[in-house]
Design a protein around this ligand. Structure first.
Ligand SMILES: *Cc1c(COP(=O)(O)O)cnc(C)c1O
Length: 233
């Protein structure tokens, strides 16, 4: 495909996703401006990110640290907000603390403390979300709902991070109504943290196949890959 054609193609897809967000927001009485579109660019080349940036996209999500660091280096002339949306092992925290603006998959105090300690003093605190295992799936990442409040209370005052809210990847569901159930649980969990005095504002929920249900339940940040960049290998 020529670059012009590739650009047109991406413009069409990006506009379609933007339009879907506006439509879903309006259908559920939400302000479209309250929903941030995170473009998930894992396994896609830096050149695709640059095209999306030229079309006005500023927030990008990456899952694999080495791949992400290469793209960050290659695209450092652009004003991009980088979000780390993969699992975080202890040996990755330094790079994440130094190179990203957000981390979405915190499910242990130990990782949060390392990120806080390693965040450079001249940068704003790293925005983080706690990942919740919202459907109680065995062997899935995320903290159980029953343990969420304790973790949130433990990490929300760490100086190098800013606890922004919650993130989840629900189990696949066959219907829109069933998709809404898991998102509603995450939304209620955020409300209950707020009632405990933890000031947070972000629900990182909704992907290509369940974005509308997530918006219906209060998502403030949708993580969209396939619908923008096409299928991944
Ligand atoms: C890959 C990924 C996405 C994007 O998924 P799509 O179905 O391609 O929209 C969103 N969130 C996380 C955590 C991911 O790993």
């Amino acid at each position: 495909m020529t670059i012009a054609k590739h650009m047109n193609n991406m413009r069409k897809k990006l506009n379609q996703v933007r339009e879907q967000i506006v439509q879903a927001a309006m259908a559920y009485g939400r302000d479209p401006e309250s929903i941030l579109l995170l473009a998930v660019s894992k396994k896609k080349p830096a050149s695709d990110i640059r095209l999306a940036w030229e079309l006005g996209q500023r927030d990008f999500g990456e899952n694999y640290l080495q791949e992400a660091l290469q793209k960050i280096e290659e695209l450092k002339d652009l004003d991009i907000q980088w979000h780390f949306i993969g699992a975080i092992q202890s040996n990755k925290t330094r790079h994440i603390a130094e190179e990203f603006q957000w981390a979405h998959c915190i499910d242990r105090a130990k990782i949060a403390k390392r990120l806080s300690a390693q965040r450079p003093a001249n940068m704003a605190p790293l925005n983080v979300c706690i990942q919740v295992n919202i459907d109680d799936e065995p062997s899935k990442a995320g903290i159980d709902l029953a343990e969420l409040a304790e973790l949130a209370l433990e990490i929300h005052e760490l100086p190098g991070i800013h606890l922004r809210g919650l993130m989840a990847i629900p189990a696949p569901q066959a219907t829109f109504e069933l998709q809404r159930v898991a998102f509603a649980k995450l939304s209620a969990a955020l409300d209950s943290l707020r009632q405990r005095g933890i000031d947070c504002d972000t629900l990182s929920m909704g992907m290509t196949h369940d974005m509308e249900a997530a918006i219906a339940e209060g998502s403030t940040l949708v993580r969209i890959g396939t619908a923008i960049f096409g299928e991944r290998d």
